[in-house]
Every structure is written in C-alpha cells, then in structure tokens.
Design a protein around this ligand. Sequence first.
Ligand code: C2O
Ligand code: CU
Ligand code: CU
Length: 486
Amino acid sequence: MTMTRRQALRLLGVGAALSVSGCSLLSRTPLPQLLTSSAPLPKPYMVPLPSPAVAKPYRTDASTDYYELVQRSAEVEILPGLRTPIWGYGGQFPGPTLRARAGRRTVVRVTNHLDAPTVTHLHGGHTPPESDGFPTDLVQPGAHRDYVFPLEQRAATLWYHDHRMDHTGPQVWRGLAGFFLLGDDEQDKLPLPSGERDVPLLICDRSFDADGAMPYPARPDGPGAHEAFMGGVLGDVILVNGAPWPQLGVDRARYRLRLLNGSNARTYELALSPGGVLTQIGSDGGLLAAPRSLQRVRLAPGERADVIADFAAYRVGDHVELRNLLGEGPQARVMRFAVERDASDDSAIPRTLSRVEPLDPATAAVTRDFEFTSGDLHGHTGWLINGKPFDAQRADARPKLGQAEIWRLTSDVSHPVHLHLAPFQVLSAGGERPAGPPEWKDTVELREAQTVEIITRFTGYRGRYVLHCHNLEHEDMAMMSTFEVV
Ligand code: C2O
Ligand code: CU
Ligand code: CU
C-alpha cells in the first residue's frame, strides 16, 4: 500500500511552516505565490476608508424588496494618481452593500454588461438551487437573471461574488464582490454598536501594473501558461473596501467591525497594534452564543468574523493599526484607526448574544469523506476532491432533505472549504474539539495535512449545490464537488 501524502506528513511530523520556493516541501504541491506589482506601492494610511454605497430597492411590496445590479466595467482610482480598470456590480468595487431582512424575500436582478459570462452567488445564503449561482448557470453578456433569496435564515454578514466555472478567480480579482448584510429582530434587540459604528470591512489583496491595471496570471492550461500561480494568487497591496491600507477616524467608543476575507488565496491573522482585544460576536453564520475575547482573528478566504473593537481603551491622538500577523513587510499592514475624539457610547456587549443549537453527532445518518488534494487535471497539475475534478453532471453525494450528516474533510496543503446551502458546525479539527460552544460556519480552513469534521443538516431545498475550496485558484482548477439534496 502506498502512503498518502497526508500520512507521510504525519509520520514525519511536518507542519505548515515547512515550505520551500512556493512548494510544500514533501509534496512539491504548489502554495500561493506573490504577484509583485510594477506600480510603486502607495504609502500606508494616506487614503480614507471608503464605505461602499448602500443599494436601494427599485421596488418594494408587502413581502419582497427588488434590487437591480448592473455588472459593468469602469475605471476607478485605487492607487493615488492611477486609473484602474475594474469589473464591478454597479461599476463599483466593492459592489454596493445590500441590506436585507431575514424572512423578507429579496430579488436581485443581475444584468451583465460585461463582455464575459457571469454567475452570481450569495455566499452564506440559504437559497433555492436555481438562485444559488451554480457555476454553470451562466448569465451571458447582455442578458440578466433574477436571483430570488427567500432569506429564511438568521442575521449574518453575507457577501455576494462571481462564481463562474473556471473563471471565478479572475472575475472576483477584477472586482465582482460586495457585502450583503442580513438583519433580524433578535440582533436588533441587542445594544451592539450600530449606524456609523457598524463598519463592514472587505479585506483583499491585489497587485498593480505601472499603468494602474490589476494583472492576473494566465491559467496553467491556457495561453501564456503560468504554473507558478496555480497554488493561488497573492497580491502585494492590501485593500480594505477597495482602498490601499486606508485609515478610518474613530470616536473613543466601541465599533462593530464586520471582517470579511474576500481575497483569492491569502489568509490573514488580524490583530490590533499597539495591542488590544477584539471581542468576537459573530461568525460566518451570524451571532455566537456568547462573545469571546481574542488577541487575533484568523480568516481564510471566504470566512467572516464580526468583532467589537473598543477605542475607548486608547487616547485621543492614538493610532491603532489593524495588522496581519501572517504577512511580511507591507503585507503585514491592513489599515489604521485614528482615534479622533471623545464621544458618548451607549452600546454594550451582552454576555449572552444568541442561542446556537448544537447539532448532535448521534443524529447524523451518514458520514462522508472528502479529500482535498492536488492531482492530474488534463495533463496539468490541478486540484481535486476524492481524486476527481469538478463535474456539474456528477453528484458526489445525495444527502436527504432534512437529514443530518457528518462530512470529514481532509487536506494536503491548506484549503478553505466552503459548503453551499447548509451552515455547519465544526466537530473536530486535527482530532481536537473546538474550544467553546458551537458556532455556525459556512467556510472552514483545513490546515496543511489536517482532517476537519463538520456536521450539518440539509434543509429547505432539494437540488444541486456545490462544496468547494474557496482558494479561488484551486476552485477554478476543479476543486469543487457537486452534491444533490434529494
Ligand atoms: Cu463564496 Cu461557492 O462561494
Ligand atoms: Cu457560498
Ligand atoms: Cu484549496
């Protein structure tokens, strides 16, 4: 019997730190690679943090709000003094923020004025299959599609982004992503910071040519092939809400920061400098049962964390950096808060936030295994699940509607794994139970050579959905699996 790479790694006790020239040492499996800008990098903390415009419904009736998003190319100023061509919802990057209400239907008409097909997915949405943005449900240039979101789910920080098969990496890189903030009564009753002090932060990395364009490496199997980037594309400029290393002026008060890692392949470990606590109140799937105090918040691509930062802990005139402990040099910086004034603050962080019903492993009808590894994809190296590339026609699992299941996910190199439709709870990671009470997730980071067990219940809708790696280069190189709820 041959040893799998994972077994070999375990045997040798090799951890995530061992890597050489962009490859995992033992496996030669490509890791994410830095794409260096030819434009000079801007000075940090020189531009104000932008706040994406909030979309307005064009129609509203008793049960439903109707929105229109037009996907367009545009030129925007991202690096001071340079024009950057983007693809954006509404010609903006990030796209407009949608604010919706749990239990109220939201219909989003997406009109494609780009010269390439698109697919739009609401990440974290509990959505019927025809509106979930299945990767082959293309909206052709000139066409439109009404995505219907019943939103029968709890309040959470969701986001929408492109999901076109084989092209998600470049299309998101060009700008097709935005926030979708879902509220509900339970959350409204809590005295959390709100209004100006509830700040969505879409964090992502990009690189820039001297003329301001955001280049994207060609696929390994395409013209101008570049195998180097098949492990993932890392930019050297960190953008927050589309601005490089921005600054936000704040009151000496609590702020709710809705952190979203919208990067293609970069993982962050976020911390305040010169130090301070981030109190996490929410995860991918909404409020935690109780707040937890953290010194650092780790976010793999696709993951979210709602945290409270209390700037009353600092003095007027202080600068508080949000740093990325996994980055080096410029990539160790994210943004800065400038503490500008004293102010009153009637917010609070309640000791109990919500009820999170634990899913009991004893109720699981099935346990399924999914191995995330590199492997041969049409004569090139690609990314596979259980040795197979994505096939829209082949259902790799058929969970029954209403049924609880345990899915055991195993990695070679690190993979942020995302499950559509069904929020889940992590039962174990690397053989250990997570500390603290369960929380609702939709994306979980598998560290190198790790097994993570999740439990979920498939409710709401029958039909075709996907499970995939949210490293967008892995996703585009086939690390996706179709499942069908029956
Ligand atoms: Cu955020 Cu299937 O994607
Ligand atoms: Cu999703
Ligand atoms: Cu991956």
